[in-house]
Design a protein around this ligand. Sequence first.
Ligand code: PLP
Length: 431
Amino acid sequence: MAVQPSDARRPAQTRPALAGADPELAALVDAEERLQADTLRLIPSENYVSAAVLEASGTVLQNKYSEGYPGKRYYEGQQVIDQVETLAVERAKALFGMDHANVQPYSGSPANLAVYMAFLEPGDTVLGMSLPMGGHLTHGWGVSATGTWFRGVRYGVRRDTGRIDLDEVRDLARAERPKLIFCGGTAVPRVIDFAGFAEIAREVGAVLVADVAHIAGLIAGGAHPSPAPYADVVSTTTHKTLRGPRGAMLLTRAEHARAVDRAVFPGLQGGPHNQTTAAIAVALKEAAGADFAAYAHQVVANARALGEELAARGFDLVSGGTDNHLLLADLTGKGVSGKVAAKALDRAGIVVNYNTVPYDPRKPFDPSGIRIGTPALTSRGIPSSEMGAVAQWIDLVVDAARTGDESTVSKVREEVRTMMDAYPAPGLPLA
Ligand SMILES: *Cc1c(COP(=O)(O)O)cnc(C)c1O
Protein backbone atom coordinates (compact mmCIF):
# COMPACT_ATOMS: atom_id res chain seq x y z
CA MET A 1 0.00 0.00 0.00
CA ALA A 2 1.57 3.24 -1.12
CA VAL A 3 1.66 5.93 1.55
CA GLN A 4 0.38 9.07 -0.10
CA PRO A 5 2.50 12.25 0.09
CA SER A 6 -0.08 14.11 2.17
CA ASP A 7 0.11 11.33 4.76
CA ALA A 8 3.80 11.79 5.40
CA ARG A 9 3.18 14.43 8.07
CA ARG A 10 0.36 12.59 9.76
CA PRO A 11 2.11 10.34 12.30
CA ALA A 12 3.94 13.36 13.68
CA GLN A 13 0.65 15.19 14.00
CA THR A 14 -1.52 12.50 15.57
CA ARG A 15 1.09 10.33 17.33
CA PRO A 16 4.07 12.61 17.84
CA ALA A 17 5.77 10.51 20.51
CA LEU A 18 5.48 7.32 18.50
CA ALA A 19 6.62 9.01 15.30
CA GLY A 20 9.68 10.33 17.12
CA ALA A 21 10.58 7.15 18.98
CA ASP A 22 9.85 4.61 16.27
CA PRO A 23 9.16 6.09 12.85
CA GLU A 24 9.18 2.64 11.25
CA LEU A 25 6.34 1.36 13.44
CA ALA A 26 4.52 4.70 13.25
CA ALA A 27 4.53 4.45 9.46
CA LEU A 28 3.01 0.97 9.68
CA VAL A 29 0.20 2.17 11.93
CA ASP A 30 -0.37 5.01 9.52
CA ALA A 31 -0.51 2.61 6.57
CA GLU A 32 -3.03 0.42 8.39
CA GLU A 33 -5.12 3.49 9.12
CA ARG A 34 -5.10 4.35 5.42
CA LEU A 35 -6.04 0.78 4.51
CA GLN A 36 -8.99 0.85 6.92
CA ALA A 37 -10.05 4.23 5.57
CA ASP A 38 -10.17 3.40 1.89
CA THR A 39 -11.18 -0.25 1.71
CA LEU A 40 -14.66 -1.72 1.99
CA ARG A 41 -14.29 -3.98 5.02
CA LEU A 42 -16.80 -6.83 4.88
CA ILE A 43 -15.32 -9.28 7.40
CA PRO A 44 -18.31 -9.91 9.71
CA SER A 45 -16.21 -10.08 12.89
CA GLU A 46 -14.54 -6.73 12.25
CA ASN A 47 -15.68 -3.19 12.88
CA TYR A 48 -14.58 0.37 13.54
CA VAL A 49 -14.52 1.49 17.18
CA SER A 50 -15.35 5.07 18.07
CA ALA A 51 -12.65 7.64 18.76
CA ALA A 52 -13.74 7.51 22.42
CA VAL A 53 -13.15 3.75 22.65
CA LEU A 54 -9.80 4.18 20.93
CA GLU A 55 -8.76 6.88 23.39
CA ALA A 56 -9.83 4.85 26.42
CA SER A 57 -7.81 1.86 25.26
CA GLY A 58 -4.63 3.92 25.01
CA THR A 59 -4.48 5.31 28.55
CA VAL A 60 -2.25 5.04 31.63
CA LEU A 61 -4.61 2.39 32.97
CA GLN A 62 -2.16 0.26 31.02
CA ASN A 63 0.33 0.78 33.86
CA LYS A 64 -1.68 -0.89 36.65
CA TYR A 65 -1.62 -4.42 38.00
CA SER A 66 -4.88 -5.45 39.65
CA GLU A 67 -5.18 -9.21 40.06
CA GLY A 68 -8.48 -10.07 41.72
CA TYR A 69 -11.81 -8.29 41.51
CA PRO A 70 -13.05 -4.86 42.72
CA GLY A 71 -12.75 -4.75 46.51
CA LYS A 72 -10.81 -8.05 46.54
CA ARG A 73 -7.43 -7.29 44.97
CA TYR A 74 -3.99 -8.67 45.58
CA TYR A 75 -2.36 -5.28 44.92
CA GLU A 76 -2.78 -1.89 46.56
CA GLY A 77 -3.43 1.34 44.69
CA GLN A 78 -6.78 0.25 43.25
CA GLN A 79 -8.73 3.38 44.24
CA VAL A 80 -9.45 4.20 40.58
CA ILE A 81 -9.15 0.83 38.86
CA ASP A 82 -11.86 -0.66 41.09
CA GLN A 83 -14.22 2.08 39.93
CA VAL A 84 -13.34 1.52 36.28
CA GLU A 85 -14.01 -2.21 36.46
CA THR A 86 -17.20 -1.74 38.49
CA LEU A 87 -18.48 0.70 35.88
CA ALA A 88 -17.86 -1.84 33.11
CA VAL A 89 -19.46 -4.67 35.12
CA GLU A 90 -22.58 -2.68 36.01
CA ARG A 91 -23.04 -1.49 32.42
CA ALA A 92 -22.62 -5.02 31.09
CA LYS A 93 -25.22 -6.42 33.49
CA ALA A 94 -27.70 -3.68 32.66
CA LEU A 95 -27.20 -3.91 28.89
CA PHE A 96 -27.54 -7.69 28.66
CA GLY A 97 -29.94 -8.24 31.57
CA MET A 98 -27.82 -10.84 33.37
CA ASP A 99 -27.15 -11.14 37.14
CA HIS A 100 -23.37 -11.12 36.95
CA ALA A 101 -20.63 -10.00 34.59
CA ASN A 102 -16.92 -10.74 34.38
CA VAL A 103 -15.17 -8.31 32.05
CA GLN A 104 -11.63 -9.63 32.48
CA PRO A 105 -11.22 -12.37 29.83
CA TYR A 106 -8.45 -11.36 27.44
CA SER A 107 -10.45 -12.42 24.39
CA GLY A 108 -13.27 -14.70 23.29
CA SER A 109 -11.22 -17.91 23.21
CA PRO A 110 -9.86 -17.59 26.77
CA ALA A 111 -13.36 -16.61 27.91
CA ASN A 112 -14.71 -19.87 26.53
CA LEU A 113 -11.86 -21.85 28.07
CA ALA A 114 -12.82 -20.33 31.43
CA VAL A 115 -16.34 -21.71 30.94
CA TYR A 116 -14.91 -25.23 30.56
CA MET A 117 -12.78 -24.71 33.65
CA ALA A 118 -15.81 -23.53 35.61
CA PHE A 119 -18.09 -26.44 34.77
CA LEU A 120 -16.15 -29.43 33.38
CA GLU A 121 -13.44 -31.90 34.32
CA PRO A 122 -10.97 -32.96 31.62
CA GLY A 123 -12.55 -35.62 29.41
CA ASP A 124 -16.11 -34.45 30.02
CA THR A 125 -18.42 -34.04 27.05
CA VAL A 126 -19.27 -30.77 25.34
CA LEU A 127 -21.84 -30.38 22.56
CA GLY A 128 -21.13 -27.56 20.11
CA MET A 129 -21.62 -26.60 16.51
CA SER A 130 -19.15 -28.16 14.10
CA LEU A 131 -16.49 -25.69 12.92
CA PRO A 132 -17.00 -26.23 9.16
CA MET A 133 -20.76 -25.86 9.69
CA GLY A 134 -20.33 -22.43 11.29
CA GLY A 135 -19.27 -23.09 14.88
CA HIS A 136 -16.14 -21.83 16.64
CA LEU A 137 -12.90 -23.70 17.38
CA THR A 138 -13.53 -23.32 21.11
CA HIS A 139 -16.84 -25.19 20.96
CA GLY A 140 -14.96 -28.50 21.20
CA TRP A 141 -13.30 -28.71 17.77
CA GLY A 142 -10.42 -31.20 17.57
CA VAL A 143 -7.41 -28.92 17.04
CA SER A 144 -8.51 -26.63 19.89
CA ALA A 145 -7.58 -27.31 23.52
CA THR A 146 -11.34 -27.57 24.05
CA GLY A 147 -11.48 -30.55 21.71
CA THR A 148 -8.34 -32.29 22.97
CA TRP A 149 -8.86 -31.90 26.73
CA PHE A 150 -12.61 -32.47 26.49
CA ARG A 151 -14.77 -34.78 24.41
CA GLY A 152 -16.40 -32.70 21.69
CA VAL A 153 -19.57 -33.87 19.97
CA ARG A 154 -21.01 -31.75 17.18
CA TYR A 155 -24.21 -30.68 15.56
CA GLY A 156 -24.44 -29.01 12.17
CA VAL A 157 -27.03 -27.61 9.83
CA ARG A 158 -29.43 -29.47 7.57
CA ARG A 159 -28.26 -29.99 4.02
CA ASP A 160 -31.61 -28.93 2.56
CA THR A 161 -32.21 -25.78 4.64
CA GLY A 162 -28.73 -24.69 5.73
CA ARG A 163 -30.25 -24.23 9.19
CA ILE A 164 -29.64 -25.82 12.59
CA ASP A 165 -31.98 -28.75 13.21
CA LEU A 166 -32.97 -28.75 16.89
CA ASP A 167 -34.27 -32.30 16.58
CA GLU A 168 -30.73 -33.39 15.67
CA VAL A 169 -29.34 -31.37 18.59
CA ARG A 170 -31.84 -33.00 20.97
CA ASP A 171 -31.05 -36.51 19.72
CA LEU A 172 -27.32 -35.89 20.14
CA ALA A 173 -27.80 -34.42 23.60
CA ARG A 174 -29.89 -37.41 24.71
CA ALA A 175 -27.35 -39.88 23.34
CA GLU A 176 -24.15 -38.14 24.47
CA ARG A 177 -25.27 -36.46 27.75
CA PRO A 178 -22.99 -33.40 27.44
CA LYS A 179 -22.30 -31.34 30.57
CA LEU A 180 -21.99 -28.21 28.46
CA ILE A 181 -23.87 -27.13 25.35
CA PHE A 182 -22.71 -24.22 23.20
CA CYS A 183 -25.02 -22.34 20.88
CA GLY A 184 -23.90 -19.52 18.62
CA GLY A 185 -21.16 -19.48 16.02
CA THR A 186 -19.02 -17.62 13.54
CA ALA A 187 -20.80 -18.26 10.27
CA VAL A 188 -24.44 -18.62 11.26
CA PRO A 189 -26.60 -16.26 9.17
CA ARG A 190 -29.82 -17.03 11.04
CA VAL A 191 -31.38 -16.24 14.42
CA ILE A 192 -30.22 -18.54 17.23
CA ASP A 193 -33.16 -20.21 18.97
CA PHE A 194 -31.95 -19.75 22.55
CA ALA A 195 -35.26 -21.00 23.99
CA GLY A 196 -35.03 -24.21 21.97
CA PHE A 197 -31.45 -24.85 23.08
CA ALA A 198 -32.38 -24.10 26.71
CA GLU A 199 -35.14 -26.71 26.63
CA ILE A 200 -32.66 -29.33 25.41
CA ALA A 201 -30.03 -28.32 27.97
CA ARG A 202 -32.60 -28.53 30.76
CA GLU A 203 -33.73 -31.96 29.63
CA VAL A 204 -30.20 -33.43 29.76
CA GLY A 205 -28.99 -31.40 32.73
CA ALA A 206 -26.36 -29.47 30.76
CA VAL A 207 -25.13 -25.93 31.27
CA LEU A 208 -26.17 -23.79 28.29
CA VAL A 209 -23.62 -21.30 27.01
CA ALA A 210 -24.80 -18.75 24.47
CA ASP A 211 -21.66 -17.64 22.64
CA VAL A 212 -22.89 -14.40 21.11
CA ALA A 213 -19.47 -13.04 20.11
CA HIS A 214 -20.70 -12.17 16.62
CA ILE A 215 -24.13 -10.86 17.51
CA ALA A 216 -23.64 -9.13 20.89
CA GLY A 217 -24.12 -5.70 19.31
CA LEU A 218 -27.29 -6.83 17.56
CA ILE A 219 -28.63 -8.14 20.88
CA ALA A 220 -27.68 -4.92 22.68
CA GLY A 221 -29.44 -2.91 19.98
CA GLY A 222 -32.54 -5.10 19.96
CA ALA A 223 -31.93 -6.47 16.46
CA HIS A 224 -31.55 -10.10 17.62
CA PRO A 225 -33.42 -11.85 20.48
CA SER A 226 -31.61 -11.87 23.82
CA PRO A 227 -30.25 -15.08 25.36
CA ALA A 228 -30.66 -13.62 28.87
CA PRO A 229 -33.87 -15.47 29.80
CA TYR A 230 -32.48 -18.80 28.59
CA ALA A 231 -28.71 -19.15 28.93
CA ASP A 232 -26.78 -20.07 32.09
CA VAL A 233 -23.75 -18.27 30.71
CA VAL A 234 -23.44 -15.71 27.94
CA SER A 235 -19.98 -15.50 26.42
CA THR A 236 -19.07 -12.67 24.11
CA THR A 237 -16.20 -10.83 22.58
CA THR A 238 -16.42 -7.07 22.82
CA HIS A 239 -14.83 -6.17 19.47
CA LYS A 240 -17.25 -7.47 16.84
CA THR A 241 -20.75 -6.01 16.41
CA LEU A 242 -20.50 -4.54 19.92
CA ARG A 243 -17.89 -2.07 18.64
CA GLY A 244 -15.62 -2.18 21.67
CA PRO A 245 -11.92 -2.94 22.14
CA ARG A 246 -10.51 -6.43 21.61
CA GLY A 247 -11.65 -8.27 24.72
CA ALA A 248 -14.43 -10.45 26.09
CA MET A 249 -17.02 -10.82 28.82
CA LEU A 250 -18.77 -13.67 30.58
CA LEU A 251 -22.25 -12.94 31.87
CA THR A 252 -23.94 -15.45 34.16
CA ARG A 253 -26.88 -16.23 36.36
CA ALA A 254 -26.14 -15.47 40.04
CA GLU A 255 -25.63 -19.15 40.89
CA HIS A 256 -22.70 -19.47 38.45
CA ALA A 257 -20.98 -16.16 39.28
CA ARG A 258 -18.42 -17.59 41.68
CA ALA A 259 -17.45 -20.56 39.50
CA VAL A 260 -16.92 -18.36 36.45
CA ASP A 261 -15.01 -15.67 38.34
CA ARG A 262 -12.68 -18.24 39.88
CA ALA A 263 -12.08 -19.85 36.50
CA VAL A 264 -11.05 -16.54 34.91
CA PHE A 265 -8.88 -15.58 37.90
CA PRO A 266 -6.96 -17.33 39.39
CA GLY A 267 -7.88 -20.29 37.14
CA LEU A 268 -6.59 -19.02 33.82
CA GLN A 269 -5.43 -15.44 33.93
CA GLY A 270 -3.33 -13.03 35.93
CA GLY A 271 -3.83 -9.29 35.91
CA PRO A 272 -6.71 -7.88 33.87
CA HIS A 273 -5.96 -5.46 31.02
CA ASN A 274 -7.35 -2.35 32.66
CA GLN A 275 -7.05 -0.11 29.61
CA THR A 276 -9.25 -2.63 27.80
CA THR A 277 -11.71 -2.74 30.69
CA ALA A 278 -12.00 1.04 30.43
CA ALA A 279 -12.63 0.89 26.71
CA ILE A 280 -15.22 -1.87 27.24
CA ALA A 281 -17.01 0.43 29.70
CA VAL A 282 -17.10 3.18 27.06
CA ALA A 283 -18.36 0.80 24.37
CA LEU A 284 -21.10 -0.48 26.70
CA LYS A 285 -22.23 3.08 27.36
CA GLU A 286 -22.35 3.75 23.62
CA ALA A 287 -24.21 0.48 23.01
CA ALA A 288 -26.92 1.46 25.49
CA GLY A 289 -27.83 4.57 23.48
CA ALA A 290 -30.61 5.07 20.94
CA ASP A 291 -28.10 5.66 18.15
CA PHE A 292 -26.70 2.20 18.71
CA ALA A 293 -30.13 0.57 18.44
CA ALA A 294 -30.52 2.30 15.09
CA TYR A 295 -27.03 1.10 14.12
CA ALA A 296 -27.82 -2.52 15.02
CA HIS A 297 -31.03 -2.51 12.99
CA GLN A 298 -29.24 -0.89 10.05
CA VAL A 299 -26.55 -3.61 10.14
CA VAL A 300 -29.30 -6.19 9.62
CA ALA A 301 -31.12 -4.10 7.00
CA ASN A 302 -27.88 -3.72 5.07
CA ALA A 303 -27.12 -7.45 5.24
CA ARG A 304 -30.63 -8.29 4.04
CA ALA A 305 -30.37 -5.78 1.18
CA LEU A 306 -26.93 -7.03 0.19
CA GLY A 307 -28.19 -10.62 0.30
CA GLU A 308 -31.08 -9.81 -1.99
CA GLU A 309 -28.81 -7.97 -4.43
CA LEU A 310 -26.34 -10.88 -4.46
CA ALA A 311 -29.09 -13.47 -4.89
CA ALA A 312 -30.44 -11.46 -7.82
CA ARG A 313 -26.97 -11.82 -9.40
CA GLY A 314 -27.01 -15.60 -9.03
CA PHE A 315 -25.11 -15.95 -5.76
CA ASP A 316 -25.99 -19.09 -3.81
CA LEU A 317 -26.45 -17.97 -0.19
CA VAL A 318 -26.34 -20.58 2.57
CA SER A 319 -29.86 -20.81 4.08
CA GLY A 320 -31.04 -18.53 1.28
CA GLY A 321 -30.24 -15.23 3.00
CA THR A 322 -29.74 -13.74 6.44
CA ASP A 323 -31.44 -12.62 9.65
CA ASN A 324 -28.37 -10.93 11.04
CA HIS A 325 -25.14 -9.21 10.00
CA LEU A 326 -23.57 -11.88 7.80
CA LEU A 327 -23.94 -13.77 4.56
CA LEU A 328 -22.26 -16.98 3.50
CA ALA A 329 -22.00 -17.35 -0.27
CA ASP A 330 -21.21 -20.70 -1.91
CA LEU A 331 -19.26 -19.81 -5.07
CA THR A 332 -19.33 -23.27 -6.62
CA GLY A 333 -21.81 -22.13 -9.27
CA LYS A 334 -19.64 -19.07 -10.02
CA GLY A 335 -16.73 -21.29 -11.06
CA VAL A 336 -14.16 -20.00 -8.54
CA SER A 337 -13.02 -21.13 -5.09
CA GLY A 338 -13.57 -18.96 -2.04
CA LYS A 339 -9.87 -18.27 -1.71
CA VAL A 340 -9.36 -17.15 -5.31
CA ALA A 341 -12.41 -14.90 -5.02
CA ALA A 342 -11.35 -13.46 -1.65
CA LYS A 343 -7.89 -12.62 -2.97
CA ALA A 344 -9.29 -10.89 -6.05
CA LEU A 345 -11.77 -8.96 -3.90
CA ASP A 346 -8.90 -7.86 -1.66
CA ARG A 347 -7.06 -6.51 -4.70
CA ALA A 348 -10.24 -4.58 -5.49
CA GLY A 349 -10.30 -3.07 -1.99
CA ILE A 350 -13.16 -5.30 -0.81
CA VAL A 351 -12.05 -7.27 2.23
CA VAL A 352 -13.82 -10.57 2.96
CA ASN A 353 -12.65 -13.96 4.17
CA TYR A 354 -12.84 -17.30 2.43
CA ASN A 355 -14.94 -19.74 4.41
CA THR A 356 -16.19 -23.29 4.34
CA VAL A 357 -19.84 -23.77 3.50
CA PRO A 358 -21.87 -26.60 5.12
CA TYR A 359 -20.98 -29.98 3.55
CA ASP A 360 -18.11 -28.30 1.71
CA PRO A 361 -16.37 -30.80 -0.58
CA ARG A 362 -13.26 -28.57 -0.65
CA LYS A 363 -10.51 -28.26 1.97
CA PRO A 364 -10.71 -25.54 4.70
CA PHE A 365 -7.59 -23.83 3.34
CA ASP A 366 -9.27 -23.31 -0.04
CA PRO A 367 -13.00 -23.76 0.58
CA SER A 368 -16.05 -23.07 -1.58
CA GLY A 369 -17.38 -19.95 0.10
CA ILE A 370 -16.83 -16.41 1.19
CA ARG A 371 -18.23 -14.82 4.34
CA ILE A 372 -19.54 -11.28 4.03
CA GLY A 373 -20.69 -8.97 6.82
CA THR A 374 -22.11 -5.48 7.18
CA PRO A 375 -21.06 -4.29 10.69
CA ALA A 376 -18.08 -2.19 9.55
CA LEU A 377 -19.67 -0.61 6.50
CA THR A 378 -22.71 0.30 8.61
CA SER A 379 -20.42 1.99 11.14
CA ARG A 380 -19.36 4.26 8.26
CA GLY A 381 -23.00 5.18 7.67
CA ILE A 382 -23.25 3.41 4.32
CA PRO A 383 -27.00 2.99 3.68
CA SER A 384 -29.00 0.10 2.17
CA SER A 385 -29.34 2.04 -1.08
CA GLU A 386 -25.63 1.42 -1.75
CA MET A 387 -25.93 -2.39 -1.42
CA GLY A 388 -26.75 -2.75 -5.12
CA ALA A 389 -23.41 -1.14 -5.98
CA VAL A 390 -21.57 -3.33 -3.46
CA ALA A 391 -23.19 -6.50 -4.84
CA GLN A 392 -22.34 -5.39 -8.38
CA TRP A 393 -18.66 -4.96 -7.45
CA ILE A 394 -18.57 -8.36 -5.78
CA ASP A 395 -20.18 -9.94 -8.85
CA LEU A 396 -17.78 -8.21 -11.26
CA VAL A 397 -14.70 -9.13 -9.25
CA VAL A 398 -15.73 -12.76 -8.67
CA ASP A 399 -16.24 -13.09 -12.40
CA ALA A 400 -12.94 -11.31 -13.05
CA ALA A 401 -11.25 -13.78 -10.70
CA ARG A 402 -12.56 -16.59 -12.88
CA THR A 403 -11.45 -15.02 -16.16
CA GLY A 404 -8.25 -13.36 -14.92
CA ASP A 405 -9.48 -9.87 -15.86
CA GLU A 406 -7.27 -7.63 -13.70
CA SER A 407 -8.39 -4.42 -15.37
CA THR A 408 -11.90 -4.88 -13.97
CA VAL A 409 -10.37 -5.49 -10.55
CA SER A 410 -8.43 -2.19 -10.84
CA LYS A 411 -11.49 -0.31 -12.02
CA VAL A 412 -13.54 -1.56 -9.05
CA ARG A 413 -10.66 -0.61 -6.74
CA GLU A 414 -11.01 3.02 -7.81
CA GLU A 415 -14.80 2.99 -7.44
CA VAL A 416 -14.49 1.52 -3.94
CA ARG A 417 -12.05 4.30 -2.99
CA THR A 418 -14.50 6.93 -4.20
CA MET A 419 -17.37 5.48 -2.15
CA MET A 420 -15.20 5.18 0.95
CA ASP A 421 -14.22 8.85 0.62
CA ALA A 422 -17.91 9.70 0.79
CA TYR A 423 -18.45 7.76 4.05
CA PRO A 424 -15.67 8.54 6.52
CA ALA A 425 -15.03 5.83 9.10
CA PRO A 426 -15.33 6.56 12.84
CA GLY A 427 -12.12 6.75 14.83
CA LEU A 428 -9.89 7.41 11.83
CA PRO A 429 -8.32 10.86 11.78
CA LEU A 430 -7.47 10.28 8.11
CA ALA A 431 -11.07 10.02 7.06
C1 PLP B 1 -14.72 -14.54 17.55
C2 PLP B 1 -15.33 -15.66 18.31
C3 PLP B 1 -14.69 -16.26 19.40
C4 PLP B 1 -13.25 -16.00 19.77
O1 PLP B 1 -12.86 -14.75 19.99
P1 PLP B 1 -11.32 -14.34 19.93
O2 PLP B 1 -11.35 -13.01 20.56
O3 PLP B 1 -10.94 -14.34 18.49
O4 PLP B 1 -10.55 -15.33 20.73
C5 PLP B 1 -15.36 -17.22 20.11
N1 PLP B 1 -16.60 -17.61 19.75
C6 PLP B 1 -17.23 -17.09 18.68
C7 PLP B 1 -18.59 -17.56 18.34
C8 PLP B 1 -16.61 -16.11 17.92
O5 PLP B 1 -17.24 -15.62 16.86
